[in-house]
Design a protein. Structure first.
Length: 113
């Protein structure tokens, strides 16, 4: 009698467990690069692509790029040849991608970042 009672309990638990998950869902697989490309604003896409070409496979979170203003202007041409022309790009790279871009000008004392 006791074993019969336990079997009933175990059978009801098995039935309950099998009905718990009726629908199996599989996660969508998205490549990392496509996520990054979707989040980059149009105004920074060419600039980031140029920096990616310069750094190759090392272009990832935690990277610190130190270049002079002249090098930056050769890679990423701007109308205004000043460090502050790159402020938006510097802020975007640091905030969204975790990449630190330091641009030093020879005119400023100690170099601006």
């Amino acid at each position: 009698m006791f074993t019969e009672y336990i079997n009933r309990i175990l059978e009801s638990e098995r039935d309950f467990g099998s009905n718990r998950q009726e629908e199996v869902t599989t996660p969508d697989v998205i490549e990392k690069s496509s996520i990054i490309d979707k989040t980059i604003p149009e105004k920074y896409k060419k600039d980031i692509e140029a920096l990616r070409d310069m750094n190759g496979e090392n272009f990832k979170t935690g990277l610190c790029i130190n270049i002079t203003l002249q090098e930056a202007l050769m890679i990423i041409p701007k109308e205004r040849a000043r460090v502050d022309a790159f402020r938006g790009l510097i802020s975007f790279l640091k905030g969204k991608m975790g990449i630190e871009l330091n641009i030093k000008s020879q005119k400023s004392k100690g170099g601006k970042q």
